[in-house]
Ligand binder design. Structure first.
Ligand SMILES: Cc1cc2nc3c(=O)[nH]c(=O)nc-3n(C[C@H](O)[C@H](O)[C@H](O)COP(=O)(O)O)c2cc1C
Length: 189
């Protein structure tokens, strides 16, 4: 397979905490995916300038968003990749503001047909030991995925991961994440 034909996997990480549970979980998926021959990239949303949607409907009168920030460069990465990892810690039963701001900005671009058929992995750690804590976040993501005709490949929840790096003790979850990455090419073939 030549490089240009490689499957591209992009992770959009919604946690501001570098080396945190969300990033560790994502790294496992990406390591597996890279091992299996995919091109991988990790985007730390908190380190980019992604302003919240202003609901100005400027995007309805032109073919792009009127906000001039880093979303434009993300659109290119979204377009070019076949698999998106949407990763967020649970904050107050919902996704982090960083991930939500990113998703809200899809409003300006979803009409262009880029979303249909994208393969999605959800990666979601949370402090609570009951994974039901993620139900609103997962529900909101699944409704959005269905609305945009995307394809949910897998949801990896990591309950009981609170402090920085605590997820390293969750060996089963990390193994699951890595083997999901290793299987990605097969899963989307
Ligand atoms: C602002 C904030 C709100 C949080 N709200 C919840 C919550 O509602 N339920 C929960 O289980 N954990 C909650 N947590 C804990 C995080 O989900 C948990 O620490 C997670 O592992 C953080 O991921 P990170 O290490 O990638 O930042 C919250 C943490 C913060 C900072």
């Amino acid at each position: 397979m030549v490089v240009s034909e490689k499957i591209k996997v992009v992770a959009f990480v919604g946690s501001p905490r570098r080396g945190g549970n969300t990033e560790i979980l994502v790294d496992e998926i990406l390591t597996g995916a890279e091992e299996s021959g995919a091109l991988v990239e990790k985007i730390i949303l908190n380190e980019l300038d992604i302003k919240p949607c202003q609901a100005c409907d400027g995007c309805k009168n032109s073919d792009s968003c009127i906000i001039d920030d880093d979303m434009e460069q993300l659109e290119v990465k979204m377009e070019e990749s076949q698999v998106w990892i949407l990763a967020t810690p649970i904050y107050w039963w919902g996704p982090s503001a960083q991930l939500k701001a990113f998703i809200d900005r899809w409003y300006g671009i979803y009409g262009g047909g880029m979303f249909k058929g994208k393969n999605i992995i959800l990666a979601i750690p949370m402090g609570d030991s009951n994974e039901k804590t993620a139900r609103h976040t997962v529900g909101m993501m699944i409704d959005s995925i269905n609305y945009l005709h995307m394809n949910l490949l897998e949801t990896i929840l990591a309950p009981g991961a609170y402090s920085l790096g605590e997820i390293k003790n969750h060996t089963e979850t990390l193994e699951k994440a890595k083997s999901l990455g290793q299987d990605i090419i097969k899963r989307i073939a």
